[in-house]
Design a binder for this molecule. Structure first.
Ligand SMILES: Cc1cc2nc3c(=O)[nH]c(=O)nc-3n(C[C@H](O)[C@H](O)[C@H](O)COP(=O)(O)OP(=O)(O)OC[C@H]3O[C@@H](n4cnc5c(N)ncnc54)[C@H](O)[C@@H]3O)c2cc1C
Length: 371
């Protein structure tokens, strides 16, 4: 079997490496670049290269290029730690959602800025009492004339403090069964009534936030897709969120640096571990490639995300073992060890994803107590 990518992609990888190295020269932390590495200037630079919306149809303003090209560019950029976060959510899932569920007017309105790298988006899904169980969301939107009026609270909203737009899910039919009364809106983050409170995580970073919405008026034209149809739409959006290369390479640079510094001290145990990680990386990459090439069955992204994010946690543990007592001081390694539990929580926890795999992909019966 031949797993090499087409020859044309090599030049793109080299270009992405050059772009990333220039962008990361002055950065202390290059891990988790797709989530915490915000830079409007870098987003615009990538927009200038045509790297946002690279695979989207040309009639929608996208690049119309092959998904493998996008794959190698972002594998390289994110593994190198390039600060793509200001545009990543928009490129990974908002654009594809607007392409699938938005109308022409919405695509004309929002896609050009995403493609140019000039608009930042956040995702307003989770709430204090609704994370894994999206169906229990309580933020509500009530129709009032030409607007919807939104009240409620979101939490863990990554990038909300710098976002121009929020892709928000709210309850629009309180009388429908929980999963059937939700709708999706694009909310302008400068609308009166929105208050964003950043939350400091255990690494000292404050990328995610509480978002409080008090009487926020959202034009009816900003409803995306079907009224009360969010549940199906959001499942599709999660496939984009879970199946990509970002879930595998968040701490790739740290691993490669650790491997280099470990060379003189590689005892048998570390060698075995490195060998297992090398195979693990290749397995994860093949899983992502199945998604990229649309060869994965529906729901497979649950397996991809589970494998890839557990792999990232193994990488963090390996780097700490290589660092030895140095990992007790505050540095890139200890930062990553503190951050690593988040990998298997964000975007759907590993327990939930295993449930999805068992029930929806493998068709196994539910536990009697869970029925
Ligand atoms: C770094 C980071 C960034 C994030 N960014 C965003 C964002 O931008 N936008 C956004 O909307 N959200 C975001 N989130 C929130 C994330 O999606 C939720 O944290 C996640 O879905 C889990 O929800 P929860 O925290 O409410 O935990 P809960 O749903 O309360 O779960 C708690 C524990 O119970 C387990 N559990 C729950 N139900 C079941 C079940 N049925 N079977 C087995 N086990 C179960 C879970 O696996 C977990 O271990 C982010 C989270 C993190 C950590």
């Amino acid at each position: 079997m031949e797993f090499e990518l087409p020859p044309g992609t090599t030049a793109l990888v080299e270009q992405a490496q050059r772009v990333a190295r220039r962008a990361t020269e002055q950065l202390d932390v290059t891990e988790d670049a797709w989530l915490i590495g915000t830079s409007r200037a870098f987003s615009e630079e990538l927009g200038g290269l045509g790297w946002w919306g690279l695979t989207w149809p040309t009639e929608a303003g996208g690049g119309g290029r092959h998904p493998l090209e996008r794959f190698v560019i972002f594998e390289t950029l994110i593994a190198e730690g390039a600060p793509v976060a200001s545009s990543w959510f928009a490129d990974r899932q908002i654009g594809p959602t607007l392409l699938q569920y938005g109308n022409d007017e919405q695509r004309r309105r929002w896609l050009p800025d995403i493609i140019a790298g000039t608009s930042a988006w956040c995702i307003g899904m989770s709430e204090p009492d609704a994370g894994s169980d999206v169906a229990s969301l309580r933020t509500k939107a009530v129709r009032d004339g030409e607007d919807w009026v939104v009240d409620g609270q979101k939490v863990w909203t990554s990038g909300a403090a710098e976002a121009d737009w929020c892709y928000l899910i709210a309850r629009t039919d309180p009388d429908a069964p929980p999963h059937a009364g939700l709708s999706e809106f694009v909310v302008d983050m400068s609308t009166p009534g929105i208050e964003v409170r950043p939350i400091v995580d255990n690494t000292g970073n404050a990328h995610f936030c509480e978002v409080h919405l008090d009487g926020v008026r959202v034009p009816a034209a900003n409803l995306v897709g079907a009224l009360n149809g969010s549940f199906t739409q959001v499942m599709r959006q999660m496939e984009h969120e879970r199946g990509g290369i970002d879930r595998l390479v968040s701490n790739r640079r740290l691993y490669l640096d650790a491997l280099e510094s470990a060379a003189p001290i590689l005892d048998r145990r570390l060698r075995d571990e490195a060998a297992a990680l090398e195979s693990g990386y290749r397995i994860g990459r093949l899983m992502v490639l199945r998604e990229v090439l649309q060869q994965a069955p529906r729901g497979f992204s649950a397996a991809t995300k589970t494998w890839c994010t557990e792999f990232e946690q193994r990488v963090a543990a390996f780097c700490a073992r290589v660092a030895g007592p140095e990992a007790l001081r505050w540095n890139r390694v200890s930062r990553n060890i503190c951050y690593a539990p988040a990998y298997t929580i964000m975007g759907g926890t590993t327990e939930i994803l295993r449930n999805i795999l068992a029930e929806r992909v493998l068709g196994l019966p539910r536990e009697p107590s869970m029925r």
